[in-house]
Design a binder for this molecule. Structure first.
Ligand SMILES: Cc1cc2nc3c(=O)[nH]c(=O)nc-3n(C[C@H](O)[C@H](O)[C@H](O)COP(=O)(O)OP(=O)(O)OC[C@H]3O[C@@H](n4cnc5c(N)ncnc54)[C@H](O)[C@@H]3O)c2cc1C
Length: 401
C-alpha cells in the first residue's frame, strides 16, 4: 500500500488513510494502522470529546480484550476494567436460572473479560490517537477514482475541505454517511423491537465480578459492576414504550420504575439512584448482513458495516476485531484492493453470524405470553449452562488473529 510514513500516490493524493468516525471502531483502527507506520487521520463530526461517548458501560469480551492486548493496550485496559468472572441469568421472580463461570474460559484462553465505563474506554483510545483525531469534521460526501479517494469534510461555521487519501475507512456508526454513499438504495436500519434505558450509579453492594441478566415478560434488566465503585444498569422494554416523554408528561425514571415494579433487588435501587430525567430511551437497530462492504479504496468497519443488536455484547467488540484484522490485511497485501478483499473474507461471515444470533436472542427476549415465558425459563435452566454457554463462548473466542 502507498502512503506509509508520509505517503505517495498521484498528484492530488496525499497518501495514507482517512477514517471517518471517532467511536470505538475508528479510534482502534487508527491505533492499529499507525503501528504499521501509516499516516492515519480520524475525522469525527462531534466538536467536543465529551459528546462522542456520553455515558454507560460496555462489556469487552475475550475477543476484544485479546485484540486490544495485541495492539499493546494491556496495561491501560487493566487500569480501567473491572474483571467479570461470572454471568448469571435470573427470572424476574428472583429465581436463578443459570450461571456461566466465565473465568473458566478466561483461564483457558489466558485473557480476562472486562466491564468498562464507555467514557474511560474512549479516553484511553483518544489518548493513544492524540492529534490525529480531528474533531468538528463531518464527512459530507466522497468520491472514488483511480487516484484514491476524495472525502468532503464540513466544519462548524460552514467551512468546507477536501482531502485525498489512498484508503477511506467508514467507521461512522449505524447511520453511516460512507455506507449510504456506497449503498444508496439500501433501506434504513431495522428497529429490533425493543428499547434500552440505562444508568451508571454508585455501587449499592452488588456482587463484584458478576454480570447479571434478569428476564421477564417482554422485559429484561441487566447490570454489572464497573471500576471505581460504579455499577452500570440497562433496562430493556419491548417496543417504543415511553417515546415522546414530554407528551406523556413522565420522566424516563418514572416509566422504567413502573415497568420494573416488583422485580428483585437491586433493580429498584439502581433505577432509584439514577436521576430520573437522565434516563432516556435508546432504540435498538440492526441490519441484515450484506456480502460486501468495500468499493475502490473505501471500506466500512464496526456498526457502519454490520450493526447488530446488543444481546451478545459484541457490537463494540466486533469493531475492535475489525480494526485489528483490517490492519493485518493491509500489512499482508500488495495493494489496497487485495487488502480489502482479504478483510471482507475474514470479517463478513463471522460478523453476519453474530448479527443473526443477536437477533434471535432479541426475539426470545420479547416473548410476553406467560406459557411461552415459563417454557423459556425451563429451557434456560436445562440448556443454558450445558449447551448455550459452550456455543456462545466458542463463537466469541473463535477469532482468527
Ligand atoms: C444499550 C447498548 C449496550 C451495548 N453494550 C455493548 C457491550 O456491552 N459490548 C459491546 O461490544 N457493544 C455493545 N454495544 C454496541 C456498541 O455500543 C456499538 O457496537 C459500538 O459503539 C460501535 O462502535 P463504532 O465505532 O462502530 O460506531 P459508533 O460508536 O457509533 O461511532 C461512530 C462515530 O462516528 C461519528 N460520525 C457519524 N457520522 C459521521 C460523519 N458523517 N462524519 C464524521 N463522523 C461521523 C459519530 O459521531 C461517532 O462518534 C451496545 C449498544 C447499546 C445501544
Amino acid at each position: 500500500m502507498t502512503g506509509r510514513s508520509g505517503g505517495c500516490g498521484g498528484s492530488r493524493n496525499e497518501g495514507g488513510v482517512a477514517i471517518v468516525g471517532g467511536g470505538i471502531g475508528g479510534l482502534t483502527t487508527a491505533i492499529a494502522l499507525r503501528r504499521l507506520g501509516l499516516r492515519t487521520t480520524v475525522y469525527e463530526r462531534a466538536s467536543d470529546l465529551g459528546r462522542i461517548q456520553t455515558g454507560g458501560g460496555l462489556m469487552l469480551w475475550h475477543n476484544a480484550v485479546r485484540a486490544l492486548r495485541l495492539l499493546g493496550l494491556q496495561d491501560e485496559l487493566a487500569k480501567i476494567g473491572h474483571e467479570i468472572r461470572a454471568q448469571e441469568f435470573h427470572s424476574w421472580r428472583g429465581r436463578r436460572l443459570a450461571r456461566w463461570p466465565v473465568s473458566e474460559i478466561s483461564e483457558r484462553c489466558g485473557v480476562p473479560v472486562y466491564a468498562v465505563s464507555r467514557p474511560e474506554l474512549h479516553r484511553m483510545l483518544t489518548g493513544q490517537v492524540g492529534a490525529d483525531l480531528r474533531l468538528g469534521s463531518r464527512c459530507a460526501g466522497l468520491a472514488t477514482g483511480a487516484d484514491g479517494v476524495t472525502v468532503r469534510l464540513a466544519r462548524p461555521g460552514g467551512q468546507r475541505e477536501e482531502i485525498h487519501r489512498d484508503l477511506l475507512v467508514g467507521a461512522d456508526g449505524l447511520r453511516s454517511t460512507v455506507r449510504a454513499t456506497l449503498m444508496p438504495y439500501e433501506p434504513p436500519p431495522r428497529y429490533a423491537g425493543y428499547t434500552a434505558w440505562q444508568g451508571v450509579v454508585p455501587d449499592p453492594g452488588v456482587r463484584p465480578g458478576t454480570f447479571v441478566n434478569i428476564w421477564g415478560r417482554g422485559r429484561r434488566f441487566v447490570y454489572y459492576p464497573l471500576a471505581d465503585g460504579l455499577v452500570y444498569w440497562d433496562a430493556i422494554t419491548s417496543d417504543r414504550i415511553g417515546h415522546g416523554l414530554d407528551a406523556l408528561g413522565s420522566t424516563g425514571g418514572q416509566i422504567v420504575t413502573e415497568q420494573f415494579a416488583g422485580w428483585p433487588d437491586p433493580v429498584a435501587a439502581l433505577i432509584g439512584a439514577t436521576p430520573a430525567e437522565e434516563i432516556t430511551p435508546i432504540d435498538i437497530y440492526d441490519r441484515t448482513p450484506v456480502p460486501r462492504w468495500s468499493t475502490g479504496g473505501v471500506t466500512l468497519l464496526g456498526d457502519a458495516a454490520h450493526p447488530m443488536a446488543f444481546n451478545l455484547g459484541q457490537g463494540g467488540c466486533q469493531s475492535i476485531e475489525d480494526a485489528l484484522v483490517l490492519s493485518q490485511c493491509v500489512d499482508a497485501a500488495a495493494s489496497i484492493g487485495e487488502a480489502l478483499e482479504l478483510y471482507e473474507r475474514r470479517r463478513v461471515d463471522r460478523t453476519a453470524t453474530i448479527v443473526r444470533r443477536s437477533r434471535v436472542i432479541g426475539s426470545l427476549s420479547r416473548w410476553e405470553h406467560a406459557a411461552l415465558c415459563r417454557f423459556r425459563e425451563v429451557f434456560m435452566r436445562l440448556a443454558f449452562r450445558r449447551v448455550v454457554y459452550r456455543k456462545t463462548f466458542d463463537l466469541i473466542t473463535g477469532t482468527d488473529f
